[in-house]
Design a protein around this ligand. Structure first.
Ligand code: ZN
Length: 142
């Protein structure tokens, strides 16, 4: 991805994040995800209905990388089936770890395609996905 576009996507999602809102609704699974090596501390609210991710919201404090990654994740996973979401997350992790992945599947999340060059930022970029996986675990136990 072009360096300017990468920067623009991250800045846009940091300054004007999508789906940033506290939810008080039992239909949502609430999980916390945080990163001890950064300021990142995010609450995710995930609503799954009939195998579809109906909604995701988030609140909390986080750095630019983590906030942008969370904003992008909420937009990308919303409306996906659980299987599609798991594929997306797998592609995202593979990108971060420099393994093979489907570029076309990742859309705006491709803005993090060079984050592997900054090892300490990888945990910031993957933070929301770790949180989402926790929510999935809770959902699958219920
Ligand atoms: Zn961070």
């Amino acid at each position: 991805m072009d360096q300017n576009l990468r920067r623009e996507i991250i800045l846009d999602n940091y300054t004007n994040p999508a789906n940033r809102k506290t939810i008080e609704d039992d239909a949502y699974i609430k999980v916390n995800t945080n990163n001890s090596s950064c300021i990142d501390n995010i609450d995710l609210f995930v609503k799954i209905k009939e195998g579809i991710i109906e909604d995701i919201k988030f609140t909390g404090e986080a750095c630019a990388i983590s906030t942008a990654s969370t904003s992008i994740m909420t937009k990308e996973l919303k409306g996906k089936t659980l299987e599609e979401a798991k594929m997306f997350i797998k592609d995202f992790y593979n990108m971060i770890e420099e393994e093979d992945y489907d570029r076309e599947n990742l859309n705006e999340a491709l803005a993090f395609d060079e984050i592997y060059k900054q090892a300490n930022r990888k945990t910031c970029a993957t933070l929301p996905y770790k949180g989402f996986e926790k929510a999935l675990e809770i959902f699958e136990k219920e």
